[in-house]
Design a binder for this molecule. Structure first.
Ligand SMILES: *Cc1c(COP(=O)(O)O)cnc(C)c1O
Length: 362
């Protein structure tokens, strides 16, 4: 068996321990004589994993008791629609901050459903290089929430602190940095994330929602789209992503064993520093327009002096077992995604490769 060093942006690397456990349990899970892929989602075995997963996330992430945790399907993208459907009533509005491709998609989806307000956009020639300053964000009066994207996966920017608007809660897409650092939940009314970057495989979407927002959410929606119904059914209104939840359970136990969120946060800072240091030492070679205080600790993006060098970088990386570093087509360049599962050693291999690459080609 040979495993690569996987820096794909999502779906992304999972802890080897979690994969090995799943492998060992695949034919006979918990002495049921079946795998988790084959058992009823109403069985007591699955129910236990489902509830334990929600519990683990609450404990590890420190989610306060006045929030509910949903494990849904449909990806973060379905939440782009469910949030306005559930939270914006007749005659109401919400504000959106656009800092990248996904936040733009969230804005566009909401716009087809409700009358919403663009509070700020950092777009420059179709790209985004920074997180806005608080004074650039203009909320519409009476906004029921302010939507933002904590980590911009494609452009490599990340909010380092969040604005607080008192009565106006934040609704935040944390798909690519959920559980990567400690979070003060106070300004947030709703946090959501597809699992496939930091939490598990694709197919599960986490929604963390403050209970008063569930209570005041809109009536008259189809049950499958209603937070009220989904919370009242503990996310088991219909068949959930059973295998996805089971894998997420293993990933969360791995986080706990490693030392929890404090360890993860510290390791993520060290990992990001390893790569940004090489970029800063070679600013003519590893070119980045991302503002320094906006740099993402999850997706490190940069460009090279020519297309030929870019191609060579990706090819040479591959010969060293480093894969998944080609940037998104809309951003170009290189993107190294260093989610929780990629440890310090893996990232050190990339930083050393980058140093050698500039020595040879710079
Ligand atoms: C990956 C990603 C998405 C897309 O999520 P799906 O689960 O594919 O719908 C949305 N937002 C952000 C910030 C992402 O990184």
């Amino acid at each position: 068996m040979s495993r690569v060093l996987n820096f794909y942006p999502g779906p992304a690397a999972l802890p080897i321990e979690a994969l090995e456990e799943a492998q060992n349990e695949l034919l006979d899970w918990q002495k049921t004589g079946m795998s988790v892929l084959e058992i009823s989602h109403r069985s007591k075995e699955f129910d236990a994993v489902h509830n334990e997963t929600i519990d683990l996330l609450k404990k590890i992430y420190g989610i306060p008791d006045n929030y509910s945790v949903l494990l849904l399907q449909g990806g973060a993208t379905l939440q782009f629609a469910m949030i306005p459907m559930n939270l914006i009533g007749n005659g109401q509005t919400a504000s959106y901050v656009v800092t990248g491709s996904f936040s733009k998609n969230a804005f566009k989806a909401a716009k087809t459903l409700k009358s919403i307000h663009l509070a700020c956009s950092t777009e420059e020639d179709g790209k985004h290089f920074r997180i806005p300053k608080p004074e650039e964000i203009n909320l519409a009066p009476g906004s029921v929430y302010c939507h933002l994207t904590s980590n911009n996966t494609i452009f490599g920017t990340q909010w380092k602190s969040f604005p607080e608007y008192g009565e106006v809660p934040l609704a935040c897409d944390m798909s690519s940095d959920i559980l990567s650092r400690r979070v003060d939940f106070k300004p947030f009314g709703l946090i959501y994330a597809g699992a496939q970057k930091n939490l598990g495989p694709a197919g599960v979407t986490v929604v963390i929602i403050r209970n008063d927002l569930v209570d005041s959410s809109q009536e008259g929606l189809p049950d499958i789209l209603s937070y009220k119904v989904l919370v009242s059914k503990n996310s088991l209104f219909n068949t959930p992503s059973c295998f996805g939840i089971y894998m997420m359970n293993k990933v969360l136990k791995w986080v706990k064993k490693k030392g929890g969120l404090a360890f993860i946060e510290q390791q993520n800072e060290e990992k990001a520093k390893l790569l940004y240091d090489v970029i800063d030492e070679n600013p003519e070679f590893y070119v980045s327009k991302v503002e320094k205080d906006s740099r993402s600790f999850m997706n490190v993006t940069f460009n090279l002096p020519s297309e030929d060098l870019l191609t060579k970088f990706i090819e040479d990386a591959k010969t060293e077992n480093i894969i998944g570093v080609k940037g998104h087509r809309s951003a170009g360049g290189i993107r190294v995604s260093i989610y929780n599962s990629n440890n310090l050693e893996n990232v050190r291999v990339v930083s050393q490769f980058m140093k050698r690459f500039v020595e040879k080609n710079g």
